[in-house]
Design a protein. Structure first.
Length: 195
């Protein structure tokens, strides 16, 4: 379309330059000055100029009008597209703003949930630790009591064994054969009484 407009403009300029040159060349070689000739020449020049302007107007006005109309249409389309793009950009900006607000709210909700879960987990860990400490303390007390009871039993057994050994030694040293005979007789007498 632009090439067509350019061709029309070049043809019009060529006609503007070439047509007067042809007309002047056809004027002949006479050089006598006559007022009728000058007027006639002036009228012919005016007619040539009017024809030239008419031809230029005919050939150039339509492409210029079309070019200007196309340019106007392009500008209107560009303005419409720009307005639509601006509206779309504003809509996107609003949508992103809403998403940002929602995302901020979601982040706060997630943060609060994580904090609650952390606190619950901390409470569970503390409760578990207290429970384990109580169990360990109870087991320790139980084991200590068991160890003390076992030690007492062992000490009593050892004390009894030592007492028996000491009593045997004392008896062996202090009991004579007559004492043994007397003890046997007393024991037999008691057994006889029971039967």
């Amino acid at each position: 379309m632009a090439a067509r407009n350019l061709r029309s403009i070049v043809l019009a300029l060529l006609a503007t330059v070439a047509l007067p040159a042809v007309i002047l060349a056809a004027g002949g070689g006479e050089h006598h000055v006559d007022s009728g000739v000058i007027l006639k020449d002036f009228i012919w020049r005016c007619i040539n100029f009017a024809v030239l302007v008419g031809l230029i107007g005919y050939f150039v006005s339509k492409p210029i009008r079309n070019g200007l109309q196309n340019r106007r249409t392009e500008i209107e389309k560009t303005l419409t597209d720009a307005a639509a793009a601006r509206d779309a950009a504003e809509a996107k900006a609003r949508a992103y703003q809403e998403k940002l607000v929602k995302a901020s709210a979601e982040i706060e909700t997630i943060y609060a949930a994580i904090r609650r879960e952390g606190e619950l987990e901390r409470d569970k860990i503390l409760a578990s630790a207290k429970e384990m400490a109580a169990k360990i303390e109870q087991e320790t007390d139980s084991k200590a009591a068991s160890a003390v009871a076992r030690a007492r039993t062992e000490l009593r057994a050892e004390a009894a064994r030592l007492a028996v050994e000491l009593a045997e030694e004392l008896l062996a040293k202090s009991v004579t054969a007559a004492d043994q005979k007397r003890l046997i007789d007393e024991y037999m007498q008691k057994v006889g009484e029971l039967h």
